[in-house]
Design a binder for this molecule. Structure first.
Ligand code: GLC
Length: 724
């Protein structure tokens, strides 16, 4: 451990052109360490020129430390200069001990918890042979139809940035050669979450002003936190695919943000320039991407088949190749791979750390803190002395709750809802009935009748609904984000049979729950909670844990409201009528309101938090001054709990339209039964800045308001003035 003194420049000087280009190629582990004969089929169908195979410098999608060691040993023995491979993987929400998906962890509003989870994942993953993780994904989102909203922290740029930076620091620590840490890679730059119609990989057309205001801040926060690598996105941005987008990767990333880390393409993104219609020539695609600053080509044939040729013909200078290669060698040096090609990984460590009790406890706590109690008429928490309990629905005893990007996590590691309740209440009489299939669509009336009968005979019912994991994650966008299949009908049947029914949700995105909300006495959203999901859900349902999560992405009342987000401008004709009334000649829908069913920042607790006051120490300031905001919250209950105290700002009049509410601060505080917490924030002029019509980052004098509470439900709104 500690800073390597390996002389990368001396190594570079010994390398042939092919060896240099090899360092800029990343292939799946399945292609590495095999003989050409073994892999000729896949590679040749893939179109890769096998001559470059021996020189490949990094790999991904391997499984476990044994495979890593075998590949590394073979490669280094065969490589003329014994240059170690670097092993990369997507550790998005855990390596083997899986914690809640990022959309859920964002809902915890607890950066320390996110840090704890990421540190745990770094230890497990590093022990398992991972040296770089393609994390954090911080794509800003507004459209829950997109399958990858599960990977983000939602619709607020500030929260996204806080959580992204926390993950970078946690994974990387102070020294990425430390076997408990690894390099991080922020992705997907940029605005992948802005795919039109929420359809994955779709085109993105967003003004520079909006990019800078909403989509860029989280990437920049991760770069400011010292992230080692960056991955451009698949999508075209304003007509040019990110990987070939000079404005994005040269003007913004390199010149303006001074990012000098390693840039790695997404999977075959260079090859996809052809499908985008940018160039039909793989060699031209390679040239464009390389000259645009993409250092490593992940799983396309571009660099492997054409980069050396582009140098030999004089199109690309060898000096430019050397610069990119040196960045990759420096990455390997920073990881300590020249001294220890295993980066401290070992079978013993991997076995000792993965799924250990300490890590399961972290995962369980994360699942508890990330859950959002969307609705509760008081039936939750359920009494632990319940005699006859019915567990009904496709998630009643379903271990497929890891969520997408489960890395090396296994379904059989996960505690289902039933297993969690059995662990908590070993003596309770529990009857389980799916009510409908795990894929939510096959349904026989007999299953409904069976579910209704079991419900009617129970003292309490836990109805376990949601969407299957296969409807969430990459490539899994949905045009209708209601509860899949017949679950609404099942809910009507079961709740009619027993009003003492609590609903638990397992989902990777905000769902349209309008029908369910109208009939369910309580709804607890567990998202995809990971390995300990069932245990966490059971503790929350029966009061051993107190819900504290808050919505980070608006729950629409109808899919047709998408994209819907809290931090929107007013428009010239804002709706003034009641939610359920269409207002002619106003920004309004017929048959649906404008507001979210559950807005950003919403989340209930078993405690009763009463917001008593919000005070400003002054009502005007100039640049360089600050306003102190003091908020008092009383826990008017007999149960301690955690509350996320939120601070919102509104710039009433400015040269460009401003959001009617923007989160500018949050603090999660524990408040004892009957106690009062005082939470303070400082508001300074930089927090009021925005991008004007010319994309200047400015604040403008005038009237602002500050509020607490949560989106669309602001409290104690007070004005202050920023003076020239
Ligand atoms: C995928 C994803 C990206 C991931 C990469 C490697 O297609 O877009 O997020 O890091 O490929 O698995």
């Amino acid at each position: 451990m500690g800073k390597s003194t390996f002389d990368t420049k001396a190594l570079l000087a010994k390398m042939t052109l092919e060896e240099k280009v090899g360092q800029l190629i990343q292939l799946n582990a399945g292609f590495i360490g095999k003989s050409v004969a073994e892999i000729t089929g896949p590679l040749q169908s893939f179109g890769f020129d096998n001559t470059m195979l021996p020189y490949v410098g990094s790999t991904l999608n391997f499984h476990g430390v044994e495979e890593m060691k075998a590949i590394q040993d073979k490669h280094m023995a065969e490589d003329r200069l014994h240059i170690p491979l670097v092993f990369m993987m997507d550790i998005i929400h855990g390596y083997r001990t899986i914690y809640p998906i990022p959309l859920a962890r964002g809902a915890s509003f607890d950066p320390d918890l996110v840090t704890e989870c990421s540190k745990m994942a770094a230890k497990e993953g590093s022990a398992g042979g991972v040296q770089v993780t393609f994390t954090p994904m911080v794509d800003y989102v507004r459209d829950a139809r997109w399958g990858r909203v599960m990977e983000t922290c939602g619709e607020d740029p500030y929260l996204n940035g806080v959580m992204g930076a926390a993950q970078v620091r946690a994974f990387q620590g102070d020294d990425i050669s430390d076997p408990d840490h690894m390099a991080a890679c922020v992705k997907h730059f940029a605005a992948y979450g802005g795919a039109e119609a929420g359809r994955d990989y779709n085109t993105v057309e967003i003004s520079e002003r909006l990019l800078r205001e909403y989509y860029f801040p989280a990437y920049k926060a991760c770069i400011d936190a010292g992230v080692t690598m960056l991955m451009p996105s698949f999508n075209s941005l304003n007509g040019v695919p990110s990987i070939a987008n000079e404005w994005l990767l040269q003007d913004v990333l390199k010149k303006e943000w001074k990012f000098d880390g390693v840039v790695i393409s997404d999977y075959n993104a260079i090859g996809e320039l052809k499908r985008h219609g940018i160039t039909g020539d793989a060699k031209e695609a390679a040239r464009m991407a390389f000259e645009n600053g993409c250092d490593i080509d992940m799983m396309s044939v571009g660099y492997g088949n054409h980069l050396a040729e582009l140098v030999r013909e004089g199109t690309i200078s060898e000096e430019k190749i050397d610069e990119a290669v040196l960045k990759v060698l420096e990455l390997k040096k920073a990881l300590g791979l020249f001294e220890d090609p295993y980066h401290g990984a070992s079978e013993e460590k991997e076995k000792a750390l993965c799924l250990c009790e300490e890590h399961r406890e972290i995962a369980r706590r994360a699942a508890e803190e990330s859950a959002v109690l969307l609705k509760n008429n008081g039936i939750l928490p359920l009494p632990k002395n319940v005699k006859k309990l019915a567990l009904i629905g496709p998630f009643a005893d379903n271990q497929e709750i890891r969520g997408s990007w489960g890395c090396n996590g296994k379904t059989e590691d996960c505690t289902s809802m039933y297993m969690g309740i059995r662990n908590l209440l070993p003596d309770a009489e529990i009857t389980v009935c799916r009510g409908c299939s795990n894929y939510f669509d096959e349904i026989g009336e007999e299953e409904f009748e069976e579910a209704a009968r079991i419900a009617s005979e129970a003292d309490a019912v836990i109805l376990c609904l949601g969407e299957p994991q296969k409807y969430s994650g990459e490539g899994n966008s949905r045009a209708d984000i209601t509860l899949p299949g017949v679950q609404d009908a099942l809910a009507r049947k079961v709740i009619a049979a027993n009003a003492n029914t609590a609903v638990v949700l397992f989902n990777g995105r905000p769902l349209v729950l309008k029908e369910l909300d109208a009939i369910a006495p309580a709804i607890l959203d567990m998202w995809f909670p990971g390995t300990e999901g069932g245990n966490a859900a059971a503790r929350l349902l029966f009061g051993d844990a107190n819900p504290s999560g808050k919505v980070t992405m608006s729950f629409p009342k109808a899919t047709g409201q998408c994209p819907i987000y809290y931090n929107h401008p007013s428009t010239g004709r804002p709706k003034r009528y009641p939610e359920d009334q269409h207002q002619p000649y106003a920004s309004s829908y017929i048959g649906c309101g404008n507001l979210a069913l559950y807005p950003f920042g919403h989340g209930l607790s078993y405690s009763n938090f009463v917001y008593e006051s919000m005070e400003l120490d002054r009502t005007s300031m100039t640049k360089g001054e600050k306003i102190a905001v003091t908020i008092r919250v009383r826990n008017d209950s007999d149960r301690a709990g955690k509350e996320v105290v939120q601070l919102y700002m509104h710039d009433l009049y400015a040269s460009t339209v401003r959001p009617i509410q923007s989160l500018i601060g949050f603090k999660k505080v524990e408040i004892g039964a009957g106690e009062t917490a005082t939470v303070t924030f400082e508001v300074t002029e930089p927090m009021l800045r925005f991008y004007d019509a010319k994309c200047n980052f400015v604040s403008e004098a005038g009237e602002f308001t500050l509020s607490t509470g949560y989106a669309d439900n602001l409290l104690f709104t007070q004005s202050f003035f920023l003076n020239e």
